[in-house]
Design a binder for this molecule. Structure first.
Ligand code: PLP
Length: 389
């Protein structure tokens, strides 16, 4: 199939919920993606933060192949070597979170965290932040702030309210004896790449402790090295009660997880579950992915490359840029105008970037991006961002 044929078929049969690009991608390698004709693109989106290890990593490919020819599926009631190994590895990442629930996506991890919080505390209410994004199923959507995701789907779940992000006073007023949990991204992703302040996250922990509420940290986008630590929460010296992750957990294979702290009670057989959750194929991929993250020190790479890229971005002289911010290789460039034309212009120059809201260009490259590729990215951005939209 050529590019035109592929695009025509997808446009004809798509559900309609995706804005389709006029660009077909059929192959990836490291931080590069290739279209049907072999043209190379620099991937600064990682499939929305999934491909932290880069595309077509040989260790992931090998693990998937081996496990696929051994055992793909097994319900979690039966223990399995790959799952046991992953349980040990993933609960070793955050001291204090030594149990784990496996599922298949980010939104499922958030749903599970909400259910665990309610059954554990016997309380009903959740506090989320303005600009927050936690997923698109009903519980997660109820915690998601932006009208664009919510409109037309009401009624959402009762018990959810939103407070200004990074605002300690607002959180202090909102959390009370009926709050089951506070849910926060410590760097807001979809909402525009806003890192939380140290004081905010540490105070959130203290407020939750004082009032018997749980703290859920959503690390679905920030997790697995992206911000320069394995989990972004490590920058804040705080342990949440529940930590949700997904995206890059299994090197691109669909998988989600909730890490569970000692305060979580009442998780007894039958309370929750998932048919595909903890399947040996995803577990094997995640085992390989976690090994690669450690062996290649991907968090360290993200910290060093993120600092390098940030410094260069801050030097770009353009009247169109309002602010550059982020943590590690999770970077937002806030423009004074809408960013769609800039993202299009970047794509014409073979760089795939994301937006975050209307005015922020979001860069989430694979953590294996080379310094040469970063220099190229900065060169193209300097050119593109200097022009009027
Ligand atoms: C992507 C994302 C989700 C939802 O993940 P899905 O796998 O798309 O359901 C939830 N929270 C955050 C912070 C995310 O970035």
């Amino acid at each position: 199939m050529n590019s035109q044929e592929i695009i025509a078929i997808e446009n004809k049969h798509t559900s309609g919920v995706y804005l389709k690009q006029a660009l077909t991608i059929v192959r990836g390698q490291g931080a590069s993606l290739f279209d049907v004709d072999g043209a190379e693109y620099l991937d600064c989106s990682s499939g929305h933060g999934v491909a932290n290890l880069g595309h077509a990593h040989p260790k992931i490919a090998e693990a998937i192949y081996k496990q696929a020819s051994t055992l793909i599926t097994l319900f979690e009631t039966f223990p399995n070597d790959q799952r046991a190994m992953l349980m040990e590895k993933i609960t070793g990442l955050v001291p204090g979170l030594d149990r784990v629930f496996f599922c298949n996506s980010g939104t499922e991890a958030v749903e599970a965290a909400f259910k665990f919080a309610r059954i554990s505390t016997g309380r009903k209410n959740f506090i989320a932040a303005m600009r927050a994004f936690h997923g698109r199923t009903y519980g997660s959507l109820s915690a998601t702030f932006n009208k664009k995701y919510r409109e037309g789907f009401e009624p959402l779940l009762p018990g959810f309210s939103h407070v200004a992000y990074n605002n300690i006073e607002a959180l202090d007023k909102a959390v009370n004896e009926e709050t089951a949990a506070v849910i926060l991204e410590v760097v807001q992703g979809e909402g525009g790449v806003y890192p939380a302040s140290l004081e905010y996250v540490q105070t959130a922990r203290r407020i939750c402790d004082e009032r018997g509420a749980l703290l859920i940290v959503d690390e679905i986008q920030t997790g697995f090295g992206r911000t320069g630590e394995m989990f972004a929460i490590e920058h804040f010296d705080v342990t949440p009660d529940l930590l949700t992750c997904a995206k890059s957990l299994a090197g691109g294979v669909p998988m989600g997880a909730v890490l569970i702290g000692h305060n979580i009670k009442n998780l007894t057989p039958g309370v929750h579950g998932s048919t595909f959750g903890g399947n040996p194929l995803s577990c094997a991929a995640a085992n390989a992915a976690l090994d690669v993250m450690k062996d290649e020190d991907l968090p360290g790479q993200a910290a060093a490359k993120g600092a390098y890229l940030m410094e260069k971005l801050k030097k770009i002289q353009s009247p169109n840029i309002r602010e550059v911010r982020g943590l590690g290789l999770m970077i937002g460039i806030e423009m004074k105008q809408k960013v769609t034309p800039y993202i299009k212009a970047l794509q014409e120059k073979r760089i795939i970037a994301l937006n975050a809201g209307l005015t922020v260009i979001r860069l989430l490259p694979p953590l294996v991006i080379s310094y040469e590729q970063i220099d190229h990215l900065v060169g193209v951005l300097t050119e593109v961002l200097s022009e009027e939209a």
